[in-house]
Structures are given as structure tokens and as C-alpha cells.
Design a protein around this ligand. Sequence first.
Ligand code: ATP
Length: 229
Amino acid sequence: MTPLLDVRDLSAFYGASQALFGVDLAVGEGEVVALAGRNGMGKTTTIRSVCGLATARAKTLRFAGRSIAGTPPHRIARLGIGLVPEGRRCFRSLSVRENLLVAARKGPWTLARVEALFPRLAERRDQPAGLLSGGEQQMVAIGRALMTNPRLLVLDEATEGLAPLIRQEIWAAIRSLRGEALSIVVVDKTLSELLPVADRCVVLANGRSVWTGAPAALDRKMQDRWLGV
Ligand code: ATP
């Protein structure tokens, strides 16, 4: 079966400097894929390339059966890739509810469903997003991406900088998305929390994908080699 997202031999560039040298990333329907690798190994650049936000070239760059090479970011979003970027950008002066509603597109995800997923957002729906905690802002960012009714949800640094309790809420929400008609790519620095939510892990090193497999198959030696600090 062809995967929902099919990326083969991806290269990416920042001006004259090359950041990716051959990344393969396939994501099946309903699959949760962890993208792992040390700092600077190319995770964000891979995500940005898939979303049309980086200068990229690939042998294959296909989403939902069509080529997305050279497609501008807003069109890729409309095709069904919902990005939760690093640093959880939301509109700080808009209310929580407005932040969610401006992203809305037709589909199963509605304000009510996002508020059911994150009850804290229902409690704070009229507050300006800028006044929320970092964790709550991340919930807004995830909620916004869901409101676009994506087929693929991409989370860069899902829980970075968040307190332990709220991290658990974010992971629980991500786990509960499994079984929805949704595929997920997720990046996070805390491997012990990231790997258990994933069906498969893709490891990047020096701008290349070097390993893929079930998280349980990623043994100590491989973790030390590619993922240790
Ligand atoms: P991190 O966990 O630190 O975010 P990452 O795995 O996401 O790391 P990238 O941010 O994709 O890695 O970076 C991959 C490479 O591209 C690095 O060598 C980095 O220095 C380089 N790079 C990233 N952003 C830029 C930029 N704006 N201009 C030039 N080089 C960049």
C-alpha cells in the first residue's frame, strides 16, 4: 500500500549550505511516526521541507497520492498537513476560541471536539492566548492544527520546555488521537516519552535517515550511537 506521506532521498538547503543529504520518511494511514535524532541532525528541516517551508529537493515527495514538490505551504496545509511548529506560535491577543476558530475547516474536528480533547481550553476559551501557560498554549497550537482537519498532524518538539504534568496531558492527547483517521509525525527531545507513543521511529544523523523500525527494536547501543547526549 502506498503510504500517506512518501519522502525519499530528500535534500534541503539553507542558501548555499546543505542541511539534509538523503532523508527517507514514509508515514502510513493512521501511523504514528517518531522522528528522532540529536540536536541539529535535521528533524526540523525535514518537517519544514514536507510543509513546503524549506528549499528542498527529493526523488519522491508525495502526500495523499500526489506530488507536493514545489507546492507552497498554504496549499500543502490545505491538502491536509497540519503543522504544530516548534515554539507553539498562537495569536497572543486573540482569545483561545478565536485562535481555534480562525483555523477551522470542514471535517470531524470542531471547537467542541478540541475542547473535549483539552478541557483546559474550554475553561479558558475567552482568555487571550498570550496569557496562558506554555502548556496551554501548546494545547491551543495542537487544537488549531486539528481544526484544519488534517490527514497528517506534524508536531515539532511536542513538549519542549513544559512542566512534567502538562507534558503528560499532551502525550495523553496524542495517544488518544490514535484510531482517529489521522497520521502523526512527532519530534521530541525526551525519548522515554516519545518512543512509547510511536508505531515506528525514524532516526536522523547528520542530515540522513540512518535507521527505521519499531521503537522497541531501538536497542541501547543504537540509542547511544545516534540519540545519546
Ligand atoms: P534541533 O533539535 O536543534 O532543532 P534538528 O534536528 O531539528 O535540531 P535542524 O534544525 O533541522 O535540526 O538543523 C539541521 C541543520 O541545518 C543543522 O546543521 C543546522 O545548523 C542547519 N540549519 C538549521 N536552520 C538553519 C538556518 N536557518 N540557516 C542555516 N542553517 C540552518
